[in-house]
Design a protein around this ligand. Structure first.
Ligand code: FES
Length: 534
């Protein structure tokens, strides 16, 4: 007997569509059919409780997962756990509470000014175009560039959510999802579609051809962390996710695009090389943008999910990856949201006791919906500065149970466990940096990633997140992975000599890189615990 048909009305930021569904169908299957992108942070394993969705009408009866993850008020408001929700009657849902594509789109953070490349213009085609892609776990960023007589210019940039998010928010959940060969293939197909859409969008909007005998687009470069590149190639990722975390395939690869992509034929495509399971091609690309010469000792820190870092002391290049977690992007924070309109991004606490005032800024001045990475860090710093949290991170009795409210209605709060997550992350960064520095002092500290460019060091002074050797030396460099991929692409477009120089520089980086396993260092655990204090 055919299941009764019902209608699910989906309201995605005011864009409304009605989708026919079978009574008893899983809501996420309906969303897939509607082409709506959504996030399942734990890959739908019902362990994170973050895949919340709001029913405006026809909410199903709450089940055990709602009981486990939601308050009574939330269930009454129509909030449900998306990965476990089944629809039985006509209903209307709002996607604002879930992390949707619109939430996550970020600027590709690479400026459009002309840049120079070393050794440009030997036998390259003047005016040829290339595309650089930074394949991130959360976001995929792309830049269309054109080579010029003395370098290259960025013609356009674009970005999208990595659609693999529905299989898990972080690399560990995607590695676990990819154990199933069918899902591994789906992960590959999903990300290939994302990349192809970005290439098509950038080329079409600039009237550039990627098809035909002599397309305008001549080169594509892809960088990303080791897991993302493995999933793109549909490789077995099991070894990346369990001890001793080995990555067999880390070399630079060149191929014609149709080996990797389904719809983009015959364009040279390069996958940049990586260093280890946790220090991937995105870090190599970032290092590619910097000069390795004896004159300057530099520290490079990518404040993304894992806090990868490198220290070049003029002779040696040491690299490592810390277990910082996603806190800098507000991941794992109870009221954490991405850097979207309404996210609390700046916090100041004035006055004391009855006269205490919390002054917040939100992105775009919109109604507060949660806290983003900078907001989280500034709140903790302010709590410590005002004595509302002590140096061990403990909140005063008044806020210990319920957390510290940032809005008058108390809806958005920072809890004791959020503060613990910040402490774990900042201790990981601090101890990792101290270990790599090993008593040496860098001339410059380059911080890559969106968080690094938005945070003001003064506003997070109380966190003691960086060693004092960094004081006055920090330079935010934005999306260095995309910049590195763009610079490499420009070298490819500039001819064989520039390409050979660029490849030699990549080899130098990967050959020089000495991987430091922090967990095995003497005294690391003691230093890490000590660094948790403020
Ligand atoms: S509970 Fe984690 S994705 Fe649904």
């Amino acid at each position: 007997m055919k299941a009764k048909e019902i209608t699910v009305t989906i309201n995605e930021y005011g864009k409304v569509q009605a989708i026919a569904a079978a009574k008893g169908e899983r809501l996420k299957a309906v969303l897939d059919r509607a082409g709506v992108k959504y996030a399942l942070p734990c890959g739908g394993r019902a362990v994170c409780g973050r895949c919340r969705i709001k029913f405006l009408k026809g909410a199903p009866i709450p089940g055990s997962y709602e009981e486990m993850f939601l308050t009574d008020e939330e269930t009454e408001e129509g909030i449900r756990i998306l990965c476990r929700t089944v629809v039985y009657e006509d209903c209307e849902i709002e996607l604002r509470g879930n992390i949707t594509e619109q939430d996550m789109i970020v600027e590709a953070e690479i400026k459009g000014e002309d840049r120079e490349t070393n050794g440009a213009g030997t036998d390259g085609t003047p005016g040829a175009y290339g595309i650089a892609i930074d394949l991130g776990t959360t976001t995929i960023a792309a830049a269309l560039i054109q080579n010029t007589a003395d370098g290259y210019r960025v013609v356009g940039t674009s970005s999208c959510v990595n659609s693999q998010r529905k299989y898990g928010a972080d690399v560990i959940s995607r590695i676990s999802a990819a154990e199933d060969a069918g899902i591994r293939q789906a992960l590959r197909n999903t990300v290939v579609t994302d990349i192809e859409n970005l290439i098509k969008e950038l080329t079409t909007s600039h009237n550039i051809t990627y098809l035909g005998k002599s397309p305008d687009l001549k080169a594509i470069t892809v960088t990303g962390n080791t897991t993302m590149l493995y999933l793109l190639e549909e490789r077995d990722t099991a070894g990346l996710g369990r001890y001793p975390y080995t990555a067999e395939y880390l070399d630079k690869e060149w191929m014609l695009s149709d080996i990797m992509l389904d719809d983009i034929p015959d364009i040279g495509l390069t996958l940049l090389p990586g260093i280890s399971a946790f220090v991937g091609a995105d870090i190599v690309a970032g290092l590619f943008t910097l000069e390795l010469n004896r004159e300057e000792k530099f520290f490079f820190l990518d404040l993304g999910t894992n806090g990868e870092m490198a220290f070049y002391d003029g002779e040696n290049l040491k690299v490592t990856s810390t277990a910082a977690g996603p806190v800098f992007e507000a991941g794992g924070i109870s009221c954490g949201v991405a850097s979207v309109p309404g996210a609390i991004c700046h916090v100041r606490i004035n006055g004391t006791d009855q006269n205490r005032r919390v002054i917040i800024d939100t992105i775009g001045g919109a109604e507060p919906i949660g806290i983003c990475g900078t907001g989280v860090m500034e709140t903790v710093s302010e709590l410590v500065r005002t004595g509302l949290a002590d140096e061990t991170g403990l909140l005063t009795e008044e806020y210990f149970d319920e957390g510290f409210p940032l809005t008058d209605d108390g809806r958005i709060r920072l809890t004791q466990s959020d503060i613990r997550n910040v402490q774990l992350a900042k201790a990981a960064i601090f101890t990792g940096a101290k270990t790599l520095l090993d008593g040496k002092i860098p001339d410059k500290v380059y911080i890559s990633g969106g968080f690094g460019s938005k945070i003001s060091q003064e506003n997070v002074e109380e966190l003691h997140m960086f060693p004092k050797e960094f004081d006055g030396k920090i330079i935010a460099i934005g999306n260095s992975a995309l910049k590195g991929a763009a610079e490499y692409t420009a070298c490819v477009l500039s001819g064989w000599e520039a390409e050979a120089d660029a490849s030699a520089k990549l080899d130098l980086i990967t050959d020089m890189a000495q991987l430091t396993e922090l967990a095995t260092m003497d005294g690391f655990d003691e230093d890490y615990i000590a660094a948790m204090n403020f």
